[in-house]
Design a protein around this ligand. Structure first.
Ligand code: MN
Ligand code: MN
Length: 295
């Protein structure tokens, strides 16, 4: 079960109304790297995991992410508070209200007009939140890697938001949220390496002929060597011939069909065959009149 505590995980102190900034913060409320997406990701993984340590870790972090959603939602609500009252009560002139919604660097009109200043489950551009942001596949070695990357992305978005505001209270709260994503990344990395082996993801090993091969597919000025393609770590293949039909076959695609399948297919092929020897007049030429004759 979930139980709610009325005190936030971190105190929210906003210095002044700023609907434009509120809109930017929506990125972490209903955006792809936001707190709801994070909470749903780890919540679903926890329910499905049979390992007691990971199950607990994932539920702890999922619940913390919901607490972050509450914090960022409160930031949005506080930043919109002044404009919300003004618009609802029409206490300022139309011009002043219009400026408040559409002033320089501020396009908060959708948040204000449609959502009344409350935190909406959209990103900063109004794109609706979608479960498509959740990419769990139900394998811990794959999901933990995805979680590590998700925490890295969330950290970067918070960093950009911190760089975009001068409000010390907002900066302080965002710094807490950013810092927690660093802690989560560390826990997920530890959990990944607590599982041995954890690479490659899943149970099947790759075909040993290809697991440590590097194909130099893009060739020319700018070819570079490093540990990611070094001779110590990889078999480096630049020869174009050696990059083709690497299984040793003829590099064509074949399928064995039943005789009735072959008959149907041949009928279709002969019905749709193209004749390279005819040059029909087409609508394009008729439409062009005398201006353009293709010949
Ligand atoms: Mn978070
Ligand atoms: Mn996190």
């Amino acid at each position: 079960m979930f139980a709610h505590n009325k005190r936030l995980q971190y105190t929210v102190r906003v210095s002044e109304s700023n609907p434009g900034l509120a809109n930017l913060l929506l990125e972490q409320f209903g955006g792809p790297q936001g707190e709801l997406a994070a909470a749903c990701r780890y919540f679903g993984q926890s329910l499905a995991d049979d390992d007691p340590g990971r199950k607990d870790l994932l539920m702890d972090i999922a619940t913390e992410e919901l607490s972050h959603l509450e914090i960022i939602g409160n930031l949005v609500a506080m930043l919109n508070k002044g404009a919300k009252g003004q618009l609802a009560e029409a206490t300022a002139s139309e011009a002043e209200i219009y400026k408040g919604l559409n002033g320089p660097g501020n396009d908060s009109h959708t948040t204000q007009l449609l959502y009344g200043g409350g935190p909406a489950l959209t990103n900063s551009a109004g794109q609706l939140w979608t479960a498509g942001y959740i990419d769990n596949v139900g394998d811990p070695s794959a999901d933990l890697r995805s979680n590590i990357a998700a925490e890295a992305r969330a950290k970067i978005i918070y960093e950009r938001l911190i760089n975009a505001t001068q409000d010390p209270g907002v900066k302080d709260t965002l710094t807490f949220l950013m810092t927690r994503e660093i802690a989560h990344q560390k826990s997920f990395e530890k959990a990944l390496y607590a599982m041995e082996p954890n690479f490659p993801p899943g149970k099947l090993q790759g075909d040993p002929r290809f697991t440590s091969v590097y194909f130099n597919m893009s060739q020319g000025d700018g070819d570079m060597r490093g540990s990611w393609n070094s001779d110590e770590n990889f078999e480096y293949i630049s020869d174009r011939q050696a990059q083709r039909a690497v299984d040793g076959g003829d590099g064509t695609a074949t399928v064995a069909l039943q005789s009735y399948e072959v008959e149907d297919l041949q009928a279709m092929v002969s019905r749709t065959v193209s004749d390279p020897n005819i040059d029909p007049q087409t609508g394009a030429e008729l439409g062009a009149g005398d201006v353009a004759v293709i010949k």
